[in-house]
Design a protein around this ligand. Structure first.
Ligand code: 13P
Length: 341
């Protein structure tokens, strides 16, 4: 496969395909395993991720790339094959989460800053040797209008860090996924989400230009424009699609080849229905696909529940969600397909 950044980026958003975000840190995967009553050990984490990567048809047909965590990119399957080789054998591209997590931002209660720039050049060189051809860095922007969160400063600091990360990735031959996640956990309405996401994306692309990042070799991983979970209001997929697209047409340069959404705590079906509405709204300057963690994995995790005899059922659950989201990237999903499954 071509090693040019723009070719890798184009392959990450190939038609009908999206990204599997399997880069939960050890702390986050433990939380997910607690829900299904599975002890989180290096072996249980390996067994679970191996079953996803061995879902051969789903991986071949619907998954363009997999975001891994540091432990996973170094792990071997039960038979000794590196997990990275399992992914590559399906035609999907291995990627790696390189940020060190969102930490409280000093002086700004409620805001966070994502850390991980120190030593990043060396770590990227190492990950390239391990097979990674794209990376992910997640900035977290919370909304709490009663507390002046987010501050202008947190948006500046986080987008500056994203730009420095992106430039270092490109130097290493790695496509940066830039992820400025505006959280949907708060009590805000959809228009507040619009305003905060707009302020974030404007600063982000300013920072990326300033850092001389080549946008053709980058992918944006944003939230959709959506009301906070605690607002008590639910927007229709059509309203989410209309506002999300209006915002992106205002702020995301056409040089960016693709936008791969996070699911952010939407239910599996919501994440699919909203992506479908976005793609059913007509042609756009960029590919619009998924880079889902929870919305692809909640169903297979539940089906697996840590038992070897459930592996086939878990793979079927993963294949179903991947298929539904693939259809959504084409605007061809319908709720009736879920009922039939
Ligand atoms: P969710 O789809 O669960 O939000 O995770 C995607 C991701 O990678 C967040 O960084």
């Amino acid at each position: 496969m071509s090693e040019r950044l723009e070719d890798i980026a184009a392959a990450m958003v190939a038609s009908g395909k999206g990204i599997l975000a399997a880069d939960e840190s050890s702390g986050t995967i433990k939380k997910r395993f607690d829900v299904i009553g599975v002890e989180s050990t290096a072996d249980s984490r390996r067994d679970y991720r191996e079953l996803l990567f061995r879902s051969t048809n789903a991986m071949k047909n619907y998954i363009s790339g997999v975001i891994l965590y540091d432990e996973t990119i170094r792990q071997k399957a039960a038979d000794g094959t590196p997990l990275v080789d399992l992914i590559k054998a399906t035609g999907a591209i291995p990627g790696i989460k390189v940020d060190a997590g969102a930490k409280p931002l000093i002086g700004f209660p409620g805001d966070t800053i994502t850390e991980g720039l120190d030593g990043l050049r060396e770590r990227l060189a190492d990950y390239y040797k391990l097979g990674a051809r794209f990376a992910k860095w997640r900035a977290v922007i919370d909304i709490d209008t009663t507390k002046n969160v987010p501050s202008r400063y947190t948006i500046d600091a986080n987008t500056q860090a994203l730009a420095r990360y992106a430039a270092l990735c490109q130097e290493a031959g790695i496509v940066p996924i830039v992820e400025p996640e505006v959280l949907m956990d708060g009590a805000h309405d959809i228009d507040t989400c619009y305003d905060v996401t707009r302020a974030t994306l404007v600063k982000l692309y300013d920072a990326l230009y300033d850092a001389r990042v080549k946008l053709e070799g980058s992918i944006l991983k944003p939230n959709m424009v959506i009301a906070g979970k605690k607002s008590g209001s639910k927007n229709s997929p059509e309203e989410i699609a209309e506002k999300t697209l209006r915002l992106f047409r205002e702020t995301v340069p056409v040089a960016v080849p693709g936008i791969a959404f996070l699911s952010g705590g939407q239910s599996d079906e919501e994440a699919t229905a909203n992506l479908n509405a976005i793609n059913a709204a007509g042609a756009q300057p960029w590919k619009l696909t998924f880079s889902y963690g929870r919305a692809l994995q909640a169903a297979p995790q539940k089906a697996w529940s840590g038992k070897a005899e459930n592996v086939a059922a878990a793979q079927a659950a993963f294949a179903h969600r991947a298929h539904m989201n693939s259809l959504a990237t084409l605007g061809k999903w319908q709720g009736a397909l879920e009922k039939a499954a």
